[in-house]
Design a protein around this ligand. Structure first.
Ligand SMILES: Nc1ncnc2c1ncn2[C@@H]1O[C@H](COP(=O)(O)OP(=O)(O)OP(=O)(O)O)[C@@H](O)[C@H]1O
Ligand SMILES: [Mg+2]
Length: 515
């Protein structure tokens, strides 16, 4: 009997890496992964925990065949293997769900799955794919319509498609790279149940996160990575948040916030009866009004898809307003171009960081000066001032401790998700802008970077900047906001003072239930 045919026993090591090392010579001088031992067993969820740039995505890519190893050896059920491609990984029973969604937006769910099937492509009978997807959805409680088009699905639904796409191959080991970053708290809870269920069935699950709370909800064991080194592997019952935090950062991160009252009465941003359409031409904003004072953080809470994205796009000039007005520092800026709005003093930390936040094929320095390079001292008569740009980019990158190998030679594409976010935060805040429109500013950041960002937002607020903050992280909205508006179905359904906000009340409003 070959290994693949032998029935799996609970606790059997399904996938193991010994001394896994990975370097990117010419880019980084040190090893990105430095002799890491890691294994996952049948029936468990083994979590990989680490701060931004620790190497979580790289190790996941190695375990699933996307990247080759520099040195070390992988074993599948005890047999040494070399994985040459993700397909090879799948054939060995290892599937990975990536940190970023990788679906073809104009195709249906079933078509996306069919695309990944060997030798069939779209000539494969779609009915069979659809049928099988229905079975898998049912079995793993991952509801999606196989005939729905990807662009019509929410981020949470798209994520389910990514998981189903991998489950279609019936992997024994499922690796999920920060799967909860796109999910609402309820969706995340449901995913944890699904993962626990899969583990109970005998799968081995590798779950990647930098969120401490999640570790204790879902894991059997946890391994901490720090700058490419394994800091230790612990059964979850034998460790604590403090211990893991110390392994992750070398210190325990406690986030404590102090806020003085808003002093100014001057209005920075006002929207009046704002209306705009969503991606399908449906009304997405249905008469939104509010005003934010200088030195005030105005938080918007809500479940994704209730008009928050459209609101941010309308204010920053990325979406046409069909009714109402946007007034910035007293000037009517309704339907002005993004450039005019930037010129009016508005910084934007966008939701789609890789698509809108940066230009991935450009290098890091170019991305840092993306909005400034036309002006002195960054350039004069269309000639870039390279030494100045270098010094400036270095400062911006250092402020958020973004891990960047070389400002001019590294494409931004190679940065880890959290490091791209740091770059954007640095670029958008260095000039101390009077108005900041921030969508999920700390999504993908580890605790230390979150603390830094929150501290920066509060100090900007203290200097008089107004901040429109949209976040799905209720802790964040509650910690930072002077006032909190809750959006539901394109309207503001509740407005509370930050200091008086109660979590339960906001939660009910988010679900469309009036207090
Ligand atoms: N193709 C590549 N070429 C060069 N360097 C790379 C490449 N891919 C990743 N790196 C580097 O390897 C390091 C680890 O990156 P990785 O994406 O694994 O971090 P991570 O732990 O997943 O972080 P995050 O929480 O931000 O997602 C980073 O410094 C990153 O820039
Ligand atoms: Mg990552």
């Amino acid at each position: 009997m070959t290994t693949a045919q032998r029935p799996i026993e609970k606790g059997e090591v399904l996938l193991e890496g010994k001394g896994i090392s990975k370097g990117f010579p010419g880019v980084w001088e040190y090893l990105i992964l430095d002799h890491i031992d890691f294994d996952v067993r049948a029936g468990e969820v083994h979590t990989l925990l680490g701060e931004n740039g620790a190497g979580k995505t790289v190790i996941a890519n190695i375990l699933s065949g996307f990247y080759s190893l520099t040195s070390g050896q992988l074993f599948v059920r005890g047999e040494p293997v070399t994985l040459r491609s993700p397909r090879d990984g799948l054939e060995h029973g290892i599937g990975m769900v990536h940190q970023e969604l990788m679906l073809v937006r104009t195709f249906t769910v079933a078509e996306n799955v069919a695309l990944g099937l060997k030798a069939f492509g779209l000539s494969f009978p779609l009915r069979r794919v659809e049928q099988r997807l229905r079975e898998l959805s049912e079995r793993y409680q991952l509801q999606v319509d196989p005939r729905a088009r990807i662009e019509d699905l929410s981020a949470g639904e798209q994520q389910r498609v990514e998981i189903l796409k991998v489950l279609y191959h019936e992997p024994q080991v499922l690796i999920l790279d920060e799967p909860t970053s796109l999910l609402t708290p309820e969706e995340a809870e449901r995913l944890f149940e699904v993962l626990r269920g899969m583990a109970a069935e005998g799968h081995g699950i590798v779950f990647i996160t930098h969120k401490m709370k999640e570790v204790f909800k879902v894991s059997d064991r946890v391994t901490v990575l720090k700058l490419g080194k394994a800091m230790g592997t612990k059964p979850i019952s034998e460790t604590s948040e403090e211990e893991l935090s110390r392994l992750m950062f070398g210190e325990h991160i406690d986030i404590h916030i102090e806020r003085k009252p808003v002093r100014s009465e001057k209005i920075a941003l006002e929207v009046q009866n704002l209306e705009a359409l969503g991606p399908e031409g449906e009304p997405a904003l249905r008469g939104v009004s509010f005003a934010i004072r200088e030195g005030e953080i105005f938080g918007i809470a809500g479940v994704a898809g209730n008009g928050q994205s459209e609101l941010i796009e309308a204010v920053t000039g990325l979406r046409r307003v069909t009714g109402g007005r946007v007034i910035i520092f007293g000037r009517d800026m309704t339907n002005r171009s993004p450039r005019e709005i930037i010129e009016a003093g508005v910084a934007h930390i966008p939701e789609k960081r890789r698509e809108i936040g940066v230009v991935e094929p450009m290098n890091v320095a170019e991305n840092v000066v993306l909005k400034d390079y036309r002006k002195p001292p960054f350039s004069r008569r269309s000639i870039l001032n390279i030494p100045y740009i270098s010094r400036h980019s270095e400062k911006v990158v250092a402020q958020f401790e973004a891990l960047v190998p070389d400002l001019w030679r590294s494409q931004t594409r190679i940065l880890s998700g959290g490091n791209i976010q740091r770059l954007i935060l640095g670029r958008e805040t260095w000039r101390r802008p009077p108005l900041i429109v921030a969508a999920h500013p700390t999504e993908g950041l580890d605790a230390r970077a979150i603390r830094h960002t929150w501290g920066l937002f509060l100090s900007l607020r203290g200097e008089g900047s107004a901040i429109l903050l949209v976040s799905e992280d209720l802790d964040e909205v509650m910690a930072l906001s002077d006032r909190i508006a809750v959006m539901f179905e394109g309207k503001i359904v509740g407005l509370v003072e930050g200091a008086e906000a109660r979590r339960e009340e906001i939660g009910l409003l988010m679900a469309g239930i009036r207090a």
